[in-house]
Write a new protein. Structure first.
Length: 276
C-alpha cells in the first residue's frame, strides 16, 4: 500500500476525524506493525491516511478491516524477514524473498565505514497492490551469516546506499523515487550503530518540507522530489512559480542545507538562485 507523500500535508486535525473512536483491533494491528517495522515512520503515515480515509468513508467498518488486515500482513512479513538467515553469496544468486513478485536484483554488495560493513541488495518486481515497484534490503554481518535489518518497497527506483559520518555518528542513506511525474522522494535515512541490538534507527527525512517555504524567496516553491547529497547534508532542486506548469519550472534553482537534530533532518539554510 504505497502512501503518497502529499497525504501528510493534508492530515491536519479536523472535526471529521472525531466522528467515531477508532476500533481497538485496528489500533492494536497498527501498534504491532510499527513495533516490528524497520521504517516505523512509514507506519505512522499510514495510520494518518487510515484516519483520513475512515473520516470520509461511507463504509467505515470495511475501511477499518482493510487497514487491520494490511497491518497484520505487514507485521507478519516483517517478523519473518527479521528471522531470515542470509549468506553473503546469496546476494548474487537472486532476490531475498520479502515482498516483490517476479523479483530481480540489478545490484548488490556492501558498504564500509572503518571496520564495519553493511550489505545491501536493490530489488525490482511488482505487488498486486501497487503494480511495478522496487525495494531495497540492508543486512548486518553477524559473523556466520547476514541478517536483514532494514528494507522498504515504497518506490519504483532505488540507488545503492551511501554511508557517511556526521557529529561522530554514522548514517546510511538509500535514495529512492516514487511513481508518477512528481518523482517524489522515498529516500530512507538511518543512524547506523553497528554494535547495537537495533543497528539501524530510522531518521525522519520527510517532515522538513513542512518548514521549507519559510526559507524560500517569495513567489517560488518546490513541487517535486529533490536531489539529495547526503554526505554534505544538502539537496538540489528546481523552483516553481505559481503560474508554472508541473513540467516546466521557471523560478530558478536552490540548494537546501540540512542538519540532523535528534532523529530528524531539519532545514537550516537555502541558497536560492531565484529568477524574478
Amino acid at each position: 500500500m504505497r502512501i503518497a507523500t502529499a497525504i501528510i500535508v493534508m492530515l491536519m486535525a479536523t472535526p471529521a476525524l472525531a466522528q467515531s473512536e477508532p476500533p481497538q483491533a485496528v489500533e492494536r494491528a497498527y501498534v504491532t506493525a510499527r513495533s516490528v517495522s524497520p521504517t516505523p515512520l512509514g507506519i505512522d503515515r499510514e495510520r494518518a491516511a487510515w484516519l483520513m480515509e475512515r473520516a470520509e468513508s461511507p463504509a467505515v467498518a470495511e475501511t477499518d478491516e482493510q487497514w487491520r488486515a494490511h497491518w497484520a500482513a505487514s507485521a507478519d512479513r516483517d517478523i519473518t524477514t527479521r528471522g531470515m538467515v542470509v549468506l553473503s553469496g546469496d546476494l548474487a544468486q537472486g532476490c531475498i524473498d520479502i515482498r516483490l513478485g517476479g523479483c530481480t536484483s540489478p545490484s548488490g554488495g556492501y558498504v564500509t565505514m572503518g571496520e564495519h560493513q553493511l550489505f545491501w541488495q536493490i530489488q525490482e518486481g511488482s505487488t498486486p497492490e501497487d503494480g511495478v515497484g522496487a525495494g531495497f534490503v540492508l543486512l548486518a554481518d553477524s559473523g556466520a551469516h547476514l541478517n536483514p535489518v532494514a528494507w522498504d518497497f515504497d518506490g519504483v527506483f532505488y540507488e545503492p546506499p551511501v554511508v557517511f559520518r556526521q557529529d561522530d555518528s554514522l548514517y546510511v542513506a538509500v535514495a529512492g523515487r516514487s511513481a508518477g511525474t512528481g518523482g517524489f522522494n522515498v529516500d530512507r535515512l538511518f543512524r547506523w550503530m553497528p554494535d547495537a541490538p537495533e543497528p539501524l534507527v530510522q531518521i525522519d527525512n520527510e517532515t522538513w518540507r513542512d518548514t521549507l517555504d519559510q526559507h524560500l524567496p517569495p513567489g517560488v516553491s518546490v513541487w517535486k522530489g529533490v536531489a539529495f547529497n547526503y554526505p554534505s547534508l544538502s539537496a538540489d532542486t528546481a523552483l516553481w512559480r505559481d503560474q508554472d506548469g508541473n513540467c516546466c519550472p521557471t523560478g530558478g534553482r536552490a540548494v537546501i542545507g540540512f542538519e540532523i537534530r535528534g532523529d530528524a533532518l531539519v532545514v537550516i539554510d537555502v541558497q536560492a538562485d531565484a529568477h524574478p
